[in-house]
Design a binder for this molecule. Structure first.
Ligand SMILES: Nc1ncnc2c1ncn2[C@@H]1O[C@H](COP(=O)(O)OP(=O)(O)O)[C@@H](O)[C@H]1O
Ligand SMILES: [Mg+2]
Length: 233
């Protein structure tokens, strides 16, 4: 299978003089259609890695390629354009726009991406029929995360990047959200990267990459990924 993400010596550090290295030089490939779980404690570089892949950040040195584009060398405007076209992001705290309804939150993202989407159909598919006109504050955490997932998916991105997507959810709701994310890889053949500090989520992945202190310490293939419902959480 072909790689959709390729990091070559990608490194990210901060500051001058005494520098903090959030991610040490990293080589990593993600294949198209793969469901990768990146596991690591707080501060291990998970968000840094995800933001480099998604073009929200640039490596200090090294290179990041996604879907044949050298994201790390694109000028800022082109980087934004790349993100809008190819990447869907899902975050721990949903990041919905509070003054827009569920439908409007999705519609806004769809407009930015310049694509057509059956927004109500997608909201229905994730069990949000009847909730389309509610504002985020009128939805439960799990419902808000499902709106955020629909928002990320409506533009049919090649790559879905999820940063602690279940971090703010209870166990049952978290499993439902993971089931929805896993379905994107299994049924829709999307590439999905889930970053988490929760080791119970590891069994869901086709592959588990463990990070510690900004370094990949293990990278293992999982021959029999578990269903979200089966996770020992
Ligand atoms: N903007 C920043 N400035 C300075 N240090 C940062 C910045 N962002 C992240 N770091 C540092 O980089 C390391 C990795 O952070 P991060 O990728 O957010 O880890 P994780 O998502 O695994 O919790 C941490 O030590 C963090 O303090
Ligand atoms: Mg983080």
């Amino acid at each position: 299978m072909e790689a959709i993400v390729r990091l070559s010596g990608a490194e990210r550090s901060y500051g001058t003089g005494f520098r903090t290295t959030a991610l040490h030089p990293t080589d990593l490939e993600v294949r198209r259609g793969e469901l990768v779980v990146v596991l690591g404690p707080s501060g291990s570089g998970k968000t840094t890695l995800l933001n480099l892949i998604g073009g929200l950040d640039r490596p200090t040195t090294g290179r990041v390629e996604v879907d044949g584009e050298a994201v790390s060398s694109l000028p800022p405007a082109a980087q934004g354009e790349f993100r809008r076209r190819k990447v869907g992001f899902v975050f721990q705290f949903f990041n919905l726009i509070p003054t827009l309804t569920a439908r409007e939150n999705v519609a806004f993202a769809v407009e930015l991406a310049g694509v057509a989407a059956d927004i109500d159909g997608l909201l229905r598919e994730v069990g949000l029929e009847g909730r389309e006109d509610r504002f985020p504050a009128e939805l439960s955490g799990g419902e808000q995360q499902r709106v955020a997932i629909v928002r990320a998916l409506a533009k049919r991105p090649a790559l879905l990047l999820c940063d602690e997507p279940t971090g703010a959810l209870d166990v049952e709701t978290g499993k439902q959200v993971l089931a929805l994310l896993a379905r994107q890889a299994r049924d829709e053949k999307r590439t999905v990267v889930i970053v988490t500090h929760n080791s119970a989520v590891a069994a869901l992945g086709d592959r588990v990459v463990r990070l510690r202190d900004g370094k990949v310490v293990t990278d293992e293939r999982n021959e029999r990924p578990a269903a979200a419902e089966e996770l020992a959480w």
